[in-house]
Design a protein around this ligand. Structure first.
Ligand SMILES: [Zn+2]
Ligand SMILES: [Zn+2]
Length: 818
């Protein structure tokens, strides 16, 4: 980052109020891009006196940091924890959640010179920040320490023996602390509090794994505690605002948890605008020749991409013969340039690292054209910065040396940037919880701030900017995780057994499915049953990756130097590391030379092409069992287990700045099997005919409905569209009817399909509305086209998708709306 131009924060143009700023921003376009403006009123804080039990030393330490009294929600959560009740505090950004757990935890350490506290953060950076916060309180005898993969061997033993406040992450707890529990026996015996920070991050398969890691921790605490009646450590969880946090925290810990959700910290007023980039005029040169009509029985898969969102900008398809919208990246860059030119300190959130670079570069260029040197006051934030670099960034923005920052949501964790004048959110971040977290960066006390959500060209974003009630009127999502997933439970029970033989009492701890799962592990030869319990049979510990999908991880190696850059889990390797793939590591771009699946190794070289790569796969699916169904006359709705076979067959290269497809190249990779959970609906051919769907258009209607349904699923479940796959067919051998399948992209499912089944009416209603309300004529990325379609978005019929969904909605019971 280049340090500042010689202008102090106060000088430069007068900073306009949000309403005036918004008026300036919209002037760029002939048509008004603003679909809605919401005013979020300011809130004054409610401070309360320190609780009587809070030790004087601790109050004095906070007073030295400028905290003279807690907000009411902090005191309430701390009080519950002090009374040994498990508690989750789920409030907004910068509402002071750390004090809610520091207060009871540090009080316990002061009251009992042998008590200990374990703090868990999802990232090392956040743990390091919390270490600093606890250390600056200077409470004697606590010796707070980080214990993670970076901790030198020499220091580890000292920490185990002497630190009373250990900060770590779930991976280290799983791989290091629990397997070595004997060395931690003293610490575990006296463990008073377990703090789980940013607990909303533990969702899906990862969250289900962490839920069992916490049960393993509770089990070891029980084993080392002398008294049988000992209730074990008290859990204090901190979450971003989320739906039903008590239930989610209860699922995560396996304990009854009380929630504190009323945020009593002060907040500045925010003017929040929803912004839809304008449609570009159709480009006649881009219209391709017509394709042959597809066979009526062709199935059209859109496999999930465990790779996560594409690394480049928004994606447009090769056969994109209708209008497209101006890219959200370009729009964001223009808005950032305008706000910076107005002297407004602005943070732009962009979903990918490359996207953040594109926005920053383009903003700098246009500012320099207007006022040479002004571009220096805009920077990009990439992940992987050192703490000192992050602090310098915070300082520069706070002082106004830097006026604009384009960042990925890596900033959500570990960087203390609040009190900005404006926040631009390039593309819906996936959940309302994240949206509010990002918008919460805007606003200094007493001053109105501006937040703008800029819609990407995709069905969910388009739906949201036209349905402000779904943004502002709806509660934030519940965190979805499923500890009963057999693909998580099995490996976790194996880890638990390797730590100490499992007993009947342990099985109750791990939940309903544990008994059957243990029986299956015995059957498979992993466990042996003896009178005293179930024993792990092998010398080596089970290899279980909390964040992976199973499958051995693949190493990424720089060919020229032999340097190991990192690993990618086996499930994602086909998508991310095929030959020719552009692979990003800590903001540096590499291109894959070869992928050797037998050796589990990909060789790469540094190269930064101006395209991104997007793997394509073909998919088939068979139904294994039906868990639950709704018989709705001509329509059937099902939840069940399915086997999905998919094969990555090719990849596209797309220009990063425009999303334009350069070419499609074939790949030769083996097929893979996934057993997972799916939701699907069937329709009778007669009902489709009555609704006016020509038999030849059935595949296109189903396929278009499938794409949009996948795009809208994040509205009802905390998933990303990249966690989900789908398949549609005019006749499926297992259902013998026109069918649309939507499945979890993780072995055993992560709870997403189940949620979709329970919310089917709301979900499919929103899907139908998103398609019907899109301004395009034949379907576009904002409604029925998918950036990851295995069939090149062919066939697709927008009007028939609406007819298909109308038939489904006319028959489904309304009760399926949560
Ligand atoms: Zn459209
Ligand atoms: Zn498709």
């Amino acid at each position: 980052m280049t340090p500042a131009a010689p202008v102090s924060a106060g000088s430069g143009p007068e900073r306009p109020p949000p309403g005036e700023l918004l008026r300036r921003l919209r002037q760029r376009h002939a048509t008004d891009p603003i679909t809605h403006v919401e005013r979020v009123p300011p809130r004054s804080g409610i401070a309360v006196p320190w609780p009587a039990w809070a030790p004087e030393d601790l109050r004095a330490a906070y007073a030295r940091r400028g905290v003279t009294a807690p907000w009411r929600h902090q005191a309430e959560a701390a009080g519950l924890a002090y009374d040994r009740q498990h508690v989750v505090v789920a409030t907004g950004t910068a509402s002071g959640k750390s004090l809610a757990y520091q207060l009871p935890a540090l009080s316990a350490l002061l009251a009992d010179p042998r008590a200990t506290v374990l703090y868990l953060a999802p990232t090392k950076a956040l743990a390091a920040d919390q270490l600093r916060a606890v250390a600056t309180l200077e409470i004697e005898g606590v010796r707070p320490s980080c214990y993670d993969g970076d901790t030198p061997r020499a220091e580890r033993e000292w920490i185990r023996r002497h630190s009373r406040f250990v900060l770590t992450n779930p991976d280290m707890l799983h791989h290091g602390i629990l397997p070595g529990h004997a060395q931690w026996s003293g610490f575990l015996r006296r463990l008073a509090y377990v703090v789980v920070d940013e607990c909303h991050v533990y969702r899906g398969v990862f969250g289900s794994h962490v839920a069992h890691v916490l049960r393993r921790l509770r089990r070891q605490c029980t084993r080392y505690r002398p008294a049988t009646g000992d209730p074990g450590p008290t859990f204090v969880l901190a979450s971003a605002t989320s739906g039903d946090p008590a239930a989610a925290a209860g699922r995560l810990t396996g304990l009854p948890v009380t929630a504190v959700t009323e945020d009593t910290s002060p907040r500045a007023g925010v003017t929040f605008a929803l912004w839809e980039p304008p449609l570009l005029p159709p480009d006649p040169a881009a219209i391709p020749s017509p394709r042959p009509a597809p066979a009526a029985s062709a199935s059209a898969p859109s496999g999930p991409s465990p790779a996560g969102p594409p690394s480049g900008g928004p994606a447009h398809e090769a056969n994109d013969l209708t209008q497209v919208r101006r890219s959200a990246l370009r729009e964001t860059a223009d808005l950032l340039a305008d706000t910076v030119a107005s002297g407004v300190r602005t943070l732009a959130f962009v979903r990918s690292r490359r996207g953040a670079e594109v926005v920053a570069t383009s903003t700098r260029r246009s500012l320099d054209e207007a006022v040479p040197g002004l571009g220096d006051r805009v920077a990009a934030y990439r992940g992987g910065y050192l703490r000192e670099e992050r602090r310098e960034l915070e300082r520069a923005l706070l002082h106004g040396d830097l006026l604009g920052l384009a960042s990925t949501n890596a900033l959500e964790l570990g960087v203390d940037l609040i009190g900005l004048d404006a926040v631009l959110i390039c593309g819906y971040p996936g959940t309302r919880a994240s949206l509010w977290q990002q918008a919460g960066r805007a606003g200094r006390s007493g001053q109105e701030a501006l937040a703008v959500l800029i819609a990407r060209d995709d069905p969910l974003d388009t739906y949201l900017v036209h349905h402000p009630e779904a943004v502002f009127g709806a509660p934030v999502e519940a965190t979805v995780l499923d500890p009963a997933n057999a693909y998580v439970l099995g490996p976790q029970l194996a880890c638990a057994a390797a730590e100490a033989p499992l007993t009947d009492a342990d099985l109750a701890l791990f939940g309903d499915g544990a008994k059957d799962t243990v029986a299956a592990l015995v059957e498979a030869g992993a466990l042996r049953q003896r009178p005293t319990g179930w024993y792990w049979r092998h010398r080596e510990r089970p290899e279980v990756d909390l964040r992976g999908d199973g499958g051995a991880p693949v190493c990424v190696v720089e060919a020229a130097t032999g340097r190991l850059l990192g690993t990618v889990d086996g499930g994602s390797a086909h998508f991310l590391l095929h030959s020719g793939a552009v692979y990003l590591h800590q903001g540096v771009s590499y291109v894959v030379d070869t992928l050797d699946l037998d050796d589990g190794c990909a060789l790469v070289h540094p190269e930064e092409p101006d395209w991104s790569t997007h793997a394509r796969d073909v998919t088939s699916l068979s139904v294994v069992s039906v868990r639950s169904y709704v018989d709705a006359g001509p329509v059937g709705l099902f939840l069940g287990e399915v086997d999905v076979t998919s094969q990555v067959v090719s990849y596209q290269r797309r220009r990063i700045a425009t999303g334009e497809v350069i070419d499609t190249r074939p790949l030769d990779l083996p097929a893979r099997e996934l057993r997972t959970v799916a939701v699907w609906f069937t329709l009778s051919p007669e009902s489709l005919a009555t609704a006016g769907v020509d038999p030849a258009d059935v595949p296109g209607g189903l396929h278009a409905a499938e794409h949009a349904a996948i795009g809208l699923l994040p509205l009802v479940a905390t998933c990303d569209r990249w966690d989900i796959g789908g398949l549609s067919t005019a006749v499926h051998p297992d259902t013998e009817a026109p069918t649309v399948f939507v499945y979890d992209g993780h072995p055993g499912g992560a709870g997403f399909a189940e949620r979709a089944y329970g919310m089917a009416s709301s979900w499919l209603r929103a899907t139908r509305d998103a398609i019907a309300e899109c301004g395009c004529e034949h379907g576009c990325p904002s409604c029925v086209q998918s950036p990851k379609c295995g069939n090149g978005n062919n066939p697709l019929s927008k009007p028939d998708a609406i007819r298909v969904l109308d038939v489904v909605l006319a028959n489904l019971p309304v009760a399926l709306s949560g």
